[in-house]
Design a binder for this molecule. Structure first.
Ligand code: ATP
Ligand code: MN
Ligand code: MN
Length: 392
């Protein structure tokens, strides 16, 4: 017979590829997790997220409850849901939720760039239900939310790997103008092997530490002058103000949350291929918004035109000093749960504080340096998990 290898309760000790054999269950659990998140119920959010994640890591399809023997992170609620789906193909609680107006509305509102749960909930309580009601309201939006509404129809479209690679070329050209041997790495979901993303994440560094200072504003200014940037929000590096014992989710790197204006790649079409295929198709079928509509007082509808030759794409740029590069790379590759479990594992089992800048060993009272991700896993006493297996 075979010896069953126990499944770890820590996402950072599991290998989770994109080949999810239990999508029927994980989709349902993700909806419950999302609903908990939209209700600011952190406990249930984590419980459902962990339950979903452990199923994603299983190398087999779950076809009976017995298949879940010894699997951690599955509470009563999650097990009942799986049982119900095994018996009837669906789960009533999930079916009810996706019909629920509050769930639908908060999901829609939080899908706007710059809108978090608290804001979405406030708008919902004020009786607002649709994007056009938001656009027509007297709400004072942030600059980020204005951009989010303006480019909404594009920003909800998945970004393809082809588009991500194209954006990488654009950024390389811009960065190398100011710092020729800077290193630009695609991070986030695309580094984990995903074919689609909600944005494109990049990490920039230079072997000579200090040369990367001031880079981001120069690069963004230049790209803005080229007409490539639709929105940008630059944050300067504030690592000098950082107290490493603070457990912050956000890091202190210089970064820019931006929206790029990506020209559609018509010249890249193969002969015989029409515009209704591939990455161009999505825009053609969407975006029937309110362009030029009289009832759109603040014109927050720039992506509504049907035949425009560009697409708005969210891009995150992060600049790390070379000495922190490996930590930044690990921190920006994700997934969200993988990162969370790495930090939790470091704290509870290594008495260490991990963040996107460093690893601090409380017992030796010292920072542990690392030039590669492999070295960080080794410091933590963990087997190395490559990016493609961090899709927890
Ligand atoms: P998607 O395809 O939806 O973009 P993703 O995994 O790339 O998936 P992102 O939200 O882009 O998701 O985040 C990528 C990684 O960067 C995550 O692991 C997250 O921990 C990290 N991250 C995202 N935003 C921040 C932030 N403001 N500060 C620090 N780290 C962040
Ligand atoms: Mn991303
Ligand atoms: Mn991102």
């Amino acid at each position: 017979g075979t010896i069953a290898v126990p499944v770890s309760p820590h996402a950072c000790q599991r290998r989770t590829t994109l080949n999810n054999r239990n999508r029927l269950f994980t989709d349902a659990l993700n909806i419950l997790a999302e609903n908990a998140e939209l209700s600011e119920n952190e406990g249930p959010y984590l419980a459902f997220t962990r339950a979903s994640s452990v199923l994603k890591s299983l190398p087999y399809n779950v076809t009976k409850m017995d298949d879940l023997k010894g699997i951690p992170n599955l509470g009563d609620h999650s097990r009942k849901l799986i049982e119900e789906i095994l018996e009837g193909g669906t789960c009533n609680e999930v079916q009810d939720l996706i019909q629920n107006v509050r769930y639908q509305t908060l999901k829609k509102f939080t899908s706007i760039f710059g809108v978090g749960v608290k804001t979405a909930d406030k708008w919902f309580k004020e009786g607002l239900r649709t994007l056009n009601e938001l656009r027509a309201s007297t709400i004072k939006f942030t600059k980020q939310q204005e951009a989010g509404l303006l480019y909404y129809e594009d920003l909800i479209l998945p970004v393809t790997k082809v588009e991500a690679d194209l954006i990488k070329q654009i950024i390389e050209e811009a960065v190398h103008r100011f710092l020729p041997s800077a290193i630009i790495t695609l991070t986030g979901g695309f580094r984990r092997g995903k074919e689609y993303g909600h944005d494109v994440d990049f990490l920039i560094t230079h072997r000579e530490e200090g040369r990367e200072e001031g880079l981001i504003s120069k690069v963004i200014s230049w790209m803005t002058a080229q007409g490539i940037i639709l929105y940008d929000d630059i944050t300067d590096n504030s690592y000098h103000k950082w107290k490493y014992k603070e457990s912050e989710t956000f890091d202190r790197f210089a970064k820019c949350f931006s929206i790029f204006k990506l020209q559609k790649m018509v010249h890249n079409l193969e002969p015989g291929r029409t515009c209704s295929h591939g990455s161009l198709a999505a825009n053609e079928t969407r975006g029937i918004g309110l362009a030029g509509h009289a009832g759109s007082p603040r014109h927050l509808t720039a992506t509504a035109a049907k035949d425009k030759d560009w697409k708005a794409v969210r891009v995150d740029l992060v600049v790390a000093p070379f000495g922190q590069y490996a930590y930044a790379l690990l921190g920006w590759t994700g997934s969200r749960l993988f990162e969370r479990d790495l930090r939790r594992y470091a704290k509870h089992f290594g008495h260490m504080i991990l963040n996107s800048h460093s690893l601090f060993d409380n017992k030796q009272n010292t920072f542990l340096l690392a030039a590669t991700e492999e070295e960080i896993f080794a410091h933590l006493g963990l087997d190395y998990i490559p990016p493609q297996e961090r899709n927890a």
